[in-house]
Design a protein around this ligand. Structure first.
Ligand code: AOF
Ligand code: ZN
Length: 354
C-alpha cells in the first residue's frame, strides 16, 4: 500500500467517530501530514459544528507547518457557505500546497467546485484515493444525495436453515436465535442510524423499545407501521420518550381517533399513506420529508418482504443462529446475485444491494 492510501485509511478510521452525530452532514475524516509526520487530525463535529478540515487545521500546533503539509480528506472540501464557511478557502488561506481527496462530494452545492477552487489557487489536488472505501464510508450521505431516499438496512435473525420465526405461537420463540454479543451489535447499529422501523405485528408480539441500551449514543427515531391504528397506547413505542413517526392508512375518522387516543403523547407524528400500493416507496417519501438519512428495518417478515419486493434496500444484516426450528416461516428471500459479505465469520451475514 502506498503512502496516500495509508493516510486516507487513517482519515477513514477517525471519521468513524462522527457516525451518528453529524447527520445530515457526512462524517468526514481529515489528516494533515508534514514531511511524513501526522501533525493534525480532525473529523466532522456534531451537526452545525466544524467540518473535518477545520478541526484538523485547528489541531496543528504550529500553523507555519501547514505551508509544507499535505491535507488528506475522505470527501472533497466544500466550497459553499452553509452552517460553516468553505473549507477550500481555509486550505487556501493557510497555503496548504497539496490536497489528497478520497471522493468527490455529489452535493450540488459542492460537486467538484471545491476541487476547482483549490486548483485555481495553485493547490496540487489528487482525487480518488481509496475512492470506493470512502464512498462506502459516506454511504448514507450518498444515497440521500443521489437516490433521494434514506439509506436502508434490513435486519433480521434467522436459524441456520434460514427460518425467521416459528409458524405457530407454541413453537420455540425466535429470541434465542441471537446471543448477547449480537444484541450489543444491534444496539451499536441503532446508535449509528437515524431511524428504526417495525410493522404492527412486531410491536404486538415483541413490544420492542427500539432504543439504544447496550451501547452509548443517540436513540434512533422510531417509525411504526400501524395502518388502522390497532396498536394499544400502552406499547413501549408510544411511551413518548423518543420521536415516533406512525405510518397510518388514509382512513376516515382517523383524525378523531388520534386526537382522543394519543392526545397525551407530544412525541408522535402521524403520517398517512396508501397501504394498497408501493408502501416502502411512500415510507421513503415520508422519511425524506423528515430528513431521515438512514433507516433500519427491523421486522417482521412481512415488512422486510415489502422493502425487498420494492427493491428499496441497501444492506441486509442477517444474524444467523446455530439452531433450527421444526416449523417456521422462511426468511424473506434474497436474490443469490446480491453481493454477500461475511461479517464476524458466521454470526452475521451482510448482503449489499449495489
Ligand atoms: C467538508 N467537510 O467535514 C463535511 C462536509 O451546512 P454545512 O456548512 O455544515 O455544510 C454541509 C455540506 O458540506 C454537506 O451537505 C456536504 O456537502 C459537505 N460536508 N464538507 O468540507 C466536512 N461534513
Ligand atoms: Zn467544509
Amino acid at each position: 500500500m502506498i503512502r496516500h492510501e495509508q493516510y486516507i485509511q487513517r482519515c477513514l478510521q477517525i471519521a468513524k467517530n462522527g457516525i451518528g452525530t453529524t447527520r445530515p452532514n457526512p462524517s468526514v475524516g481529515a489528516v494533515i501530514v508534514c514531511k511524513g509526520v501526522i501533525v493534525g487530525e480532525g473529523f466532522t463535529a456534531a451537526y452545525g459544528g466544524n467540518h473535518a478540515e477545520v478541526n484538523a487545521v485547528n489541531s496543528v500546533e504550529h500553523k507555519k507547518l501547514l505551508v509544507e503539509s499535505t491535507l488528506y480528506v475522505t470527501l472533497e472540501p466544500c466550497s459553499h457557505f452553509g452552517k460553516t464557511p468553505p473549507c477550500a478557502d481555509l486550505i487556501i488561506k493557510y497555503n496548504i500546497k497539496r490536497v489528497v481527496i478520497g471522493c468527490v462530494d455529489t452535493n450540488s452545492l459542492v460537486a467538484g467546485q471545491g476541487i476547482e477552487r483549490l486548483k485555481s489557487a495553485g493547490v496540487v489536488v489528487t482525487v480518488g484515493v481509496l475512492e470506493a472505501e470512502c464512498r462506502k464510508h459516506h454511504k448514507r450521505f450518498f444515497v440521500v444525495q443521489e437516490k433521494k431516499r434514506p439509506y436502508i438496512i434490513l435486519k433480521w435473525a434467522e436459524t441456520k436453515d434460514g427460518f425467521v420465526a416459528p409458524l405457530s405461537k407454541d413453537a420455540v420463540a425466535p429470541k434465542f436465535i441471537s446471543n448477547r454479543y449480537s444484541q450489543q451489535l444491534v444496539h451499536k447499529l441503532r446508535s449509528q442510524e437515524h431511524a428504526i422501523l417495525v410493522g404492527k405485528n412486531t410491536v404486538l408480539e415483541d413490544n420492542p423499545k427500539l432504543n439504544v441500551r447496550s451501547w452509548s449514543g443517540n436513540n434512533p427515531i422510531r417509525v411504526v407501521l400501524d395502518s388502522a391504528l390497532g396498536i394499544p397506547e400502552s406499547a413501549h413505542v408510544f411511551d413518548g420518550s423518543i420521536t415516533t413517526i406512525v405510518i397510518t392508512g388514509k382512513i376516515h375518522g382517523h383524525e378523531e381517533v388520534k386526537t382522543k387516543k394519543y392526545a397525551f403523547n407530544k412525541n408522535l407524528i402521524f403520517e398517512p399513506i396508501d397501504f394498497s400500493k408501493n408502501v416502502a416507496e411512500q415510507i421513503c417519501v415520508v422519511l425524506l420529508k423528515h430528513q431521515v438519512q438512514s433507516l433500519i428495518v427491523e421486522g417482521g417478515t412481512q415488512t422486510l418482504a415489502t422493502f425487498i419486493s420494492e427493491n428499496l434496500w441497501d444492506e441486509a444484516l442477517v444474524f444467523v443462529g446455530d439452531h433450527s426450528f421444526d416449523a417456521g416461516v422462511k426468511a424473506p428471500r434474497l436474490d443469490k446475485n446480491y453481493k454477500k459479505e461475511h461479517v464476524l465469520e458466521d454470526l452475521i451475514k451482510k448482503y449489499t444491494n449495489d
